[in-house]
Design a protein around this ligand. Structure first.
Ligand code: ZN
Length: 749
């Protein structure tokens, strides 16, 4: 699981947006741009560690390009077009040309921000919220810049061809194209355009029946002349159909009849990209610090070569065993947030370096974990038989390739490994530092008297929340499972459901997992459970002591942590789509649910009030009564957390859905009138910051760190220099892969 920081996903006024487009679908010109600072941690690496970090970073950056193919039909072409433009002319040179073509400074800046947004999100849909963003300037003007550019003069047919392929879609805000989704609901490239939720469910049942993981797959449906559907499940791998003798995968690559439908399992998705990933993982392996890292990389190489999630699991097992490395990394098809069905993973790869001071605090938390788990409001039988102490460190990110950078991670996501082998928790310190830099004037929806306190304590309180969320949130709770031999991992006679007072009536059968069973609500429900654990346990004096807070400071940390959650619950409305009655971001949905639970607790604990801002436009205020956190808030959260855990442990999908979807429903019911408040949230919304990442480059036998200025132009330069040698080759690969599937994306008829 990847964790975005609470609340700070919003950063800059909508008023700055021009008249061109609905402000929801553009990135504003004054969007915050920050550089990721990892200089000190990189300086402390040995030259071997730097080489290891360098080659892993290369592998991550190459693999991250697959996200373009996982996002929208046009994203690979847009990326190729932008990369060509900026390779031929850097942002300053292109600016001269753009102004000469009649663009205003604002229009050119809008183009730079758009390009930086495409690179940051690895596509033209926001990684956080899944909405499309379009360039905030007239299409005709952008066309003039592109067709008159140096790149177009060098390669006129190719540049014109790219523009013809993606220009319309780049600007289109046709309703189905406005956000990611399945079938009529939106755009996805995890499924061919003719797939529906029914197809997705059938495919999941098929995958479960064959013990195949969905993580590295996409689904393509064809309907034969007899009207019978035929599905291709395509695995990501370097190898295609060529026979390969000694792989567990080969036996699965065949045709199946399943519930009256035809299924064909194939592989070779993203093959040329994964080829580059594998080459650089091979190079990194030569500089591994220990045999865990070597074996881990060998398994990842096997996984990407063969298309085997089993090999990735084996690699993840070695990765878990590699405790507290100086250079930490993870790579693969990891997070399932952006698959509309919730089980296909988006590619990500990161490389980070240990941050010693913060890690010490987290170690204290780990040491207290067993004691703190007992404080959670469910019976011991609902807790794991043995708490597997996870590795919990604070890292500074060197490279984070994929669609976005989270503030913390808790992986692997494989349930079976999490239950038996454990997992690792990582807080990404330099990412949090970027997020903390809050300006007072950009703090929406808070009372004036709360603002200074909020700014003072947001960082420290979020450290506490992230630590608890990752370690005791995602790390807690047991799933009741019956294995393939029929044996249970709980005592059917004695374990009692505390909600019903009866014996356990439901559980997970062999092959069923949390994600496959709870599918569309699994991610958000689990984030909600982890966030709730954080709020609940931050009240514990021992926790505050570990992080070095006592007395009035400790109370302020608690207050700001709860206040931040309540505010985030309101900000979350940005990520709700009323037309589809659906949420687009798991963590934000979770925070809205928590706000609802705390509102339901009543007694004036939380109030949300519509107001009018000093600019005369609608505004709102959230208030939290700090004296009622322990007397009203805590018992409400306790009841809610117990229900969440019991329904999760028992695999009670119907009960879980009823509970979770009930709280997640957004209506105009008084007193809050959330649907109307959503308009205010959109009006006052601030754009998520863009983050500029460094490059590493091998000079002789030494690895150098190359940093870039914190601006849209700096971010674009970082990408232009990222693929100096093989940029044109990569763009060709991406457009060829996109073209090969181009006929699949037509929507439902
Ligand atoms: Zn989480």
């Amino acid at each position: 699981m990847g964790e975005p920081e609470a609340g700070s996903e919003c950063a800059i006024g909508a008023a700055a947006a021009g008249p061109m487009a609905d402000t929801q679908y553009i990135l504003p010109n004054d969007i915050g741009v920050s550089s990721l600072d990892c200089r000190e941690a990189f300086r402390l690496l040995s030259s071997t560690e730097r080489l290891y970090a360098h080659y892993l970073s290369r592998a991550a950056w190459y693999g991250g390009l697959a996200v373009l193919l996982q996002t929208s039909p046009e994203a690979p072409y847009i990326y190729a077009l932008l990369s060509r433009l900026f390779r031929a002319q850097d942002p300053d040179q292109l600016r001269q040309h753009a102004l000469a073509e009649g663009l205003t400074e604002e229009e050119y800046q809008a183009f730079l921000v758009y390009a930086a947004g495409v690179y940051s999100n690895m596509g033209n849909y926001k990684s956080f919220g899944d909405t499309k963003f379009v360039p905030n300037l007239p299409k005709e003007k952008l066309e003039r810049v592109i067709l008159g550019s140096e790149a177009a003069q060098q390669h006129p047919e190719e540049v014109r061809g790219l523009w013809q392929t993606c220009g319309e879609l780049m600007f289109s805000l046709e309703s189905r194209l406005r956000h990611l989704g399945l079938g009529k609901e939106g755009i996805t490239t995890y499924f061919s355009g003719n797939c529906t939720m029914e197809d997705a469910k059938l495919a999941q049942d098929f995958l479960d029946s064959q013990n195949l993981s969905a993580y590295n797959t996409r689904l393509f449906k064809e309907v034969g002349q007899d009207g019978k559907p035929s599905y291709e499940v395509r695995l990501a791998s370097v190898l295609g159909t060529e026979p390969n003798l000694d792989s567990e995968m080969t036996s699965k690559l065949k045709s199946y009849e399943f519930q009256g439908s035809h299924f064909r399992v194939t592989r070779g998705d993203y093959a040329p990209i994964l080829q580059k990933v594998v080459e650089h993982l091979e190079k990194a392996k030569a500089y591994a610090a220990n045999s865990h890292q070597e074996q881990m990389l060998a398994q990842y190489i096997e996984s990407f070569t063969q298309g085997s999630i089993e090999a990735h699991k084996k690699g993840s097992r070695f990765w878990i065993q590699d405790k507290g490395p100086i250079v930490e990394s993870y790579i693969g098809f990891i997070e399932s947030y952006r698959d509309p069905f919730g089980s296909r993973g988006e590619f990500e790869g990161f490389v980070a370096m240990v941050n010693k001071a913060m890690s010490a605090k987290f170690e204290w938390l780990v040491a207290s974990a067993e004691q703190l788990l007992k404080e959670l409001p469910w019976p011991p039988a609902f807790e794991k038989d043995k708490f597997l102490t996870p590795d919990f460190t604070s890292l500074d990110v060197l490279t984070f390739a994929g669609s976005g950078i989270p503030a913390g991670i808790n992986i692997p996501n494989y349930d079976d490994l999490r239950q038996t082998e454990g997992f690792k928790n990582v807080s990404l310190g330099n990412v949090l530092a970027v997020a903390y830099a809050t300006q007072r004037e950009k703090l929406t929806f808070l009372e004036e008297e709360d603002k200074d306190l909020y700014i003072r304590w947001k960082g420290p309180s979020f450290d506490v929340q992230v630590g608890l969320h990752e370690l005791l949130g995602h790390g807690s709770g047991k799933l009741f499972v019956q294995d393939e031999k029929g044996a249970f991992n709980f005592d059917q006679e004695t374990v009692i459901n505390p909600e019903t007072g009866e014996q356990i009536q439901s559980w997970y059968r062999s092959g069923e997992t949390w994600d496959s069973k709870f599918s569309t609500i699994a991610s958000s429900y689990e984030e909600c459970r982890a966030e709730s654990v954080g709020l609940y346990l931050c009240l514990h004096p021992r926790v505050l002591e570990i992080f070095g807070f006592e007395g009035a400071d400790a109370e302020d940390v608690v207050y700001v942590n709860w206040l931040n959650m309540v505010r985030a619950g309101l900000l979350a409305l940005e990520f709700y789509t009323p037309e589809a009655s659906s949420w687009r971001q798991a963590h934000m949905q979770a925070r809205f649910v928590i706000l609802r639970v705390l509102l339901e607790a009543g007694e004036g604990l939380v109030t949300v009030t519509p107001t009018t801002g000093s600019d005369g436009r609608p505004d709102a205020r959230v208030r939290l009564d700090r004296d009622k956190i322990r007397t009203v808030g805590k018992p409400a959260l306790e009841r809610f957390l117990r229900r969440l855990q019991v329904l999760k442990s028992t695999g009670d999908v119907a009960g879980g859905r009823a509970l979770y979807e009930g709280y997640a429903a957004v209506t105009d019911a008084p007193p809050e009138c959330f649907l109307s408040l959503r308009d205010t949230v959109l009006l006052r919304k601030e754009a998520r910051k863009l983050i500029v990442q460094p490059n590493t480059r091998l000079e002789g036998s030494e690895v150098q760190l190359l940093e870039y200025e914190a601006s849209a132009a700096g971010l674009i330069r970082s990408f232009s220099e990222r693929f100096l040698e093989d940029g044109p080759e990569l763009e060709k690969i991406l457009t060829q892969l996109a073209t090969a599937d181009a006929q699949c994306w037509k929507g439902p008829q």
